[in-house]
Design a protein around this ligand. Structure first.
Ligand code: 5BU
Length: 264
């Protein structure tokens, strides 16, 4: 049997029971893209305009819902319309970090009601297993999936070594809900278990941003580090060039690196 990094996204569907994970891998295979857009803009208008342009090229739209200055329920309706139009999934990069009972409320209630519209969200393993159990109570019945932050892309991140290993152990204890990791590389190279790895800090034209972000290329992330999804933000929507052309450039770079990985 082949290692999971040598299998196609489609072949890996059977490795997951979680509905969001299965849907995501199916979608990636169908649209031939491992690109996630990190759309960190501050107005509904900008967000929806860019999402409409880039939607055809991505598998996953990553949001920071709390940075929108004019968030309202209409935004969620518009977002869902774009999701149906362009066939992508939604990942709210919420980075939950509290005790189980609190994150349960933060995930399902408040203004944003994240669990209602985000197929995937993420959490720091820092508080211990209770954070996953709390989120799972809300998310699993809705067919949602969770990523654990096992590593971060920023300079000086404390999520390394034993902490990263503990994140993997935590994921193993919650295989039904934890579908993978935010990390810079594949963390588990065992053919019998599979996790989806998503990597932020991806850029073709710069190596850092002046506030600690560190960029690597799609090729480095997908081919050399065996990650599964590249998360790209400013490289696409703040390059000063055409947003669609930039999205296509990253989509092709990510997919070609994946094809090369399969052939190696
Ligand atoms: P950028 O514009 O491509 O630098 O945006 C990166 C996005 O990924 C941004 O939304 C961050 O909040 C997010 N991110 C990250 O950059 N690094 C991490 O380790 C994690 C998330 Br977790």
């Amino acid at each position: 049997m082949a290692f999971n990094s040598k299998k196609t996204y489609g072949e890996r569907i059977e490795n997951f029971t979680n509905i969001a994970a299965r849907e995501l891998l199916t979608l990636m295979e169908r649209k031939k893209t491992n690109l996630s857009l990190a759309l960190d803009v501050n107005t509904k208008r900008e967000f929806l305009e860019i999402a409409d342009k880039v939607g055809p090229y991505i598998c996953l739209l990553k949001t920071h819902i709390d940075i929108l200055v004019d968030f309202d329920q209409d935004f969620i309706e518009q977002l869902k319309k774009l999701q149906n139009k362009h066939d992508f999934m939604i990942f709210e990069d919420r980075k939950f970090a509290d005790i189980g009972n609190t994150v349960k409320h933060q995930y399902s209630k408040g203004i944003y009601k994240i669990a209602e519209w985000a197929n995937i969200t993420n959490a720091h393993p820092l508080p211990g297993d209770g954070i996953v159990s709390g989120l799972k109570e809300v998310g699993l019945p809705l067919g949602r999936g969770l990523l654990l932050l096992a590593e971060m892309s920023s300079k000086g991140s404390l999520a390394t070594g034993a902490y990263t290993e503990a994140a993997v152990e935590m994921a193993r204890r919650h295989r039904d809900f934890v579908i993978g990791f935010i990390a810079g590389r594949k963390l588990v190279s065992n053919e019998n278990e599979d996790f989806i790895v998503m990597s932020p800090g991806v850029g073709l034209d710069s190596s850092k941003d002046g506030l600690g972000q560190q960029y690597r290329t799609p090729r480095n992330v997908i081919l050399e580090s065996n990650s599964d999804i590249i998360i790209v933000g400013r490289g696409i929507y703040e390059s000063g060039k055409d947003v669609i052309e930039e999205a296509l450039r990253y989509k092709n770079a990510g997919w070609n690196a994946y094809l090369e990985r399969l052939m190696n």
